[in-house]
Design a protein around this ligand. Structure first.
Ligand SMILES: [Zn+2]
Length: 47
């Protein structure tokens, strides 16, 4: 099952890759290595 990488900032789907992704929404460049560090799986935050 293929997972879709999403922008850690706006959750938009990321293009390009696999080394570096680019968010078409906020134009942010995200490295795959950074993505692993920054990406937080969507889990409900108990406010
Ligand atoms: Zn984005």
């Amino acid at each position: 099952m293929k997972t879709v990488n999403r922008c850690p900032q706006c959750r938009h789907e990321l293009d390009e890759g696999p080394i570096m992704y680019r968010c078409a929404h906020c134009c942010r460049a995200v490295y795959a290595a950074d993505l692993e560090n920054e990406f937080v799986p969507a889990e409900p935050v108990a406010a």
